[in-house]
Ligand binder design. Structure first.
Ligand SMILES: Cc1cc2nc3c(=O)[nH]c(=O)nc-3n(C[C@H](O)[C@H](O)[C@H](O)COP(=O)(O)OP(=O)(O)OC[C@H]3O[C@@H](n4cnc5c(N)ncnc54)[C@H](O)[C@@H]3O)c2cc1C
Ligand SMILES: O=C(O)[C@@H]1CCCCN1
Length: 396
């Protein structure tokens, strides 16, 4: 993507490193505030080597942690604003079905969070479920809650729309340009594979590469990049799990058989195939994502086969397509949205733990506000670096 020269000189108000969904939204908000912003991306755009590629992401308010549910009305508002500005539909309402064990703490926490924030919802028993959504089974001792306003975001189109609107607002985007060194100071100097840029503040939204950029800045966060399998399963009868059948997104909370959640989206992106994935993966170096470790097994796909056979009997119990994506997880699966503890004009947005896409409009807004020295418009306490004791490296 060509970089416009509208930014004028090489001293920017802010530089954002990483043009995934979080960096792109941060840059968009900066440009909307009339700031001179440069967005740098190491790979030529679009690319599929980070966390923001692919056609679909779930948007939902059902969360066991109420701080995410609380952020969702503003997210929905900003997604609608983006659709209006871009003149394109990015959100499709499908509803979300959350399956859990009766009385499980995670399921109870979801219900509480939905009630606390008055999100429309409907409880369904294991017996009611197949009548309402033929194609899904549930078993004795299981229960479900349906969130009708949840749906699917068109991820690739959304990423492109945010970047286009950033450029239209006067921002500069340079792709195929890797940041190789950051020199802190009242004016931050950023050295790249192509040149040198300076700015009053810097925002690091480098996804799984974040710790590589932070190491020379004396900081290592507990961020674990994971390679995740993105699996698509064929419908036995075409149309049974798509929008004509009003099939929703679903999230099956962790069980003893599947220690992490399993989720799915209605057929759409690939005709006749349903995306059903495991919310976990294998630790990976992001620069070697596709290198198979010796003797590697794929326990996630084994778990998914069992789930599909048991709960989604209208799908072939073998994935027809398997793609890759990366998560960057924190120990508590909460994000990091904070300043560098030592360099207050360097912001970090990382650790989105496989659930950050829907929240990107607000994440970008908060990172923009922090970088401009403004009070963040949402409560950032759950996202502070100081919740990880002893992570900061003493010496620079
Ligand atoms: C399979 C899968 C399913 C998901 N499902 C959902 C979902 O249903 N709902 C939801 O809300 N979220 C979901 N997520 C999570 C969501 O997609 C991520 O949280 C989000 O995309 C993270 O974006 P990011 O901008 O932080 O990272 P990235 O997209 O990885 O962006 C970081 C960028 O920084 C660039 N970069 C790194 N280092 C440098 C450097 N030195 N110089 C220049 N550029 C650099 C990288 O190339 C990359 O483009 C899912 C994620 C995956 C993988
Ligand atoms: O953020 C989400 O809504 C989904 C839930 C399941 C795991 C992947 N991300």
């Amino acid at each position: 993507m060509a970089a416009p020269s509208s930014a004028g000189s090489s001293l920017y108000d802010a530089i954002v490193v990483g043009a995934g969904i979080q960096g792109s939204f941060t840059a968009y908000h900066l440009a909307k505030q009339g700031r001179r912003a440069l967005l740098l991306e190491q790979f030529p755009l679009p690319h599929s080597r980070g966390s923001s590629h692919g056609q679909s992401r779930i948007i939902r308010s059902t969360y066991p942690q109420p701080h995410y549910t609380r952020m969702m009305p503003e997210c929905y508002r900003l997604w609608a604003q983006l659709e209006a500005e871009a003149g394109t539909q990015l959100y499709r309402r499908t509803g979300l079905l959350v399956l859990g064990a009766e009385g499980s703490p995670a399921f109870g926490a979801c219900l509480q969070s939905l009630a606390q924030h008055r999100v429309p919802r409907e409880l369904l028993s294991a017996q009611e479920l197949p009548q309402r959504f033929p194609g899904v089974r549930a078993y004795r001792g299981e229960t479900a809650v349906f969130e009708p306003t949840a749906g699917v975001l068109r991820a690739d189109k959304a990423l492109r729309a945010v970047q286009d609107l950033f450029l239209q607002a006067g921002g500069a985007l340079q792709d195929g340009e890797k940041v190789v060194a950051i020199e802190p100071g009242p004016v931050v100097t950023v050295r790249t594979s192509a040149g040198v840029h300076r700015a009053g503040s810097l925002v690091i939204t480098a996804g799984p590469w974040t710790n590589k950029l932070l190491a020379p800045l004396g900081l290592q966060l507990p961020l674990q990049p994971l390679r995740v399998s993105v699996c698509y399963w064929k419908e036995k009868v075409p149309g049974t799990y798509g929008s004509p059948a009003r099939f929703p997104c679903f999230l099956s909370l962790s069980t003893s058989q599947a220690p992490h959640d399993i989720y799915g989206l209605p057929a759409g992106e690939y005709p006749g195939m349903v995306k059903v994935c495991y919310h976990h993966g294998r630790p990976v170096d992001p620069d070697e994502r596709d290198r198979e470790p010796e003797g590697s097994a794929l326990p996630d796909i084994q778990i998914l086969r069992g789930f599909v056979g048991q709960y989604l009997p209208g799908l072939e119990p073998e994935p027809a397509v398997v793609e890759s994506c990366m998560y960057t997880i924190t120990p508590d699966e909460d994000f990091v949205l904070d300043r560098h503890p030592q360099f207050s004009n360097i912001m970090i947005g990382a650790g989105f733990s496989g659930h950050g896409f829907k929240l990107a409009p607000v994440v970008g807004k908060v990172l923009c506000e922090l970088s401009l020295g403004q009070a963040p418009s949402c409560n950032v306490e759950p996202f502070r670096i100081q919740r990880f004791p002893g992570q900061r490296r003493a010496a620079l």
